[in-house]
Write a protein that binds this ligand. Structure first.
Ligand code: DGL
Length: 261
């Protein structure tokens, strides 16, 4: 099935609400697009599961999205990208945009100090990150953060702040050039992280790069909508009554974070 047309939706998915942070950037850059967001909340978290399990979930989600159909898929999750991007690309002919922790941009701004990469245990253990680390890992330390995504899922930002504080307390803050938020859930904590760290420490994520990549790929294939009203629809494998309002609140959180930066 290869009947993409410009008016079809873009399918965006994550294990849960983290991908909403990517959805936000996509919406800012491509306001005319129809965006179909799916959070696999019933099966979250991905970052502490066996990779085969995560891969099976991702394949199932993408196959369902193809039935809609969608014109492109965004894996708005670093964990799912590490585990399944290759297999998904082998199976489908539409564009598939994946993510990775933004270690390269952090490496580019490093001033000889330290870089901390916060991500899920699965993301950090897999070859995709290991290869990235081999290229850009000088001065960088990978820090698995099991449980941190759950705090974001519960919107318990105070507990998430304590979690980050306890991680950062092991380091001399003055030595930190950059902190990479290598999980889309952690992007909601961007401002909290910045408030704990000194001003010179850059807090970096890959969201905007991912949105730009999507726009580039759609434009190349003449699939970019540049006029008409866009739309967003939220979907979850979890309890819609609870999760969809949460997704909308987190969209709003992104708007507020943007206003303050
Ligand atoms: N949001 C996901 C990521 O970017 C993963 C969270 C999880 O399910 O563990 O890695």
């Amino acid at each position: 099935m290869d009947l993409q047309n410009i008016d079809q939706s873009i399918g965006i998915f994550d294990s849960g609400v983290g991908g909403v942070s990517v959805l936000w950037d996509i919406r800012q850059l491509m306001p005319h697009e129809h965006l179909f967001f799916f959070g696999d909340n019933a099966n979250a978290p991905y970052g502490t599961k066996r990779p085969e399990e995560v891969k099976a979930r991702c394949m199932d989600i993408v196959h369902k999205m193809l039935q809609l159909p969608v014109k492109a898929v965004v894996i708005a999750c670093n964990t799912a990208s590490s585990v399944a991007a290759k297999s998904i690309r082998e199976e489908v002919s539409i564009p598939v945009i994946a993510m990775e922790p933004a270690l390269k941009p952090a490496h580019e701004i490093r001033q000889g100090g330290k870089i901390l990469v916060l991500a899920t245990p699965v993301t950090l253990a897999l070859p995709k990150f290991q290869n990235l680390y081999a290229l850009y890992g000088e001065g960088a330390e990978a820090i698995p953060c099991p449980g941190l995504m759950d705090l974001v899922e519960q919107e318990d930002m105070d507990a998430a702040e304590q979690y980050l504080k306890s991680i950062f307390s092991a380091y001399d803050h003055e030595q930190l050039d950059a902190v990479v938020l290598g999980c889309t859930h952690y992007v909601f904590l961007r401002q909290i992280a910045s408030s704990i760290l000194p001003e010179h420490t850059a807090v970096i994520d890959g969201n905007l790069g991912t949105a730009r990549q999507l726009r580039r790929v759609l434009a190349e294939r003449n699939l970019l909508r540049t006029e008409g009203e866009g739309s967003i629809s939220f979907h979850t494998s979890g309890d819609e009554q609870i999760i969809v309002p949460r997704m909308k609140r987190l969209m709003e959180r992104m708007r507020q974070m943007e206003c303050r930066t």
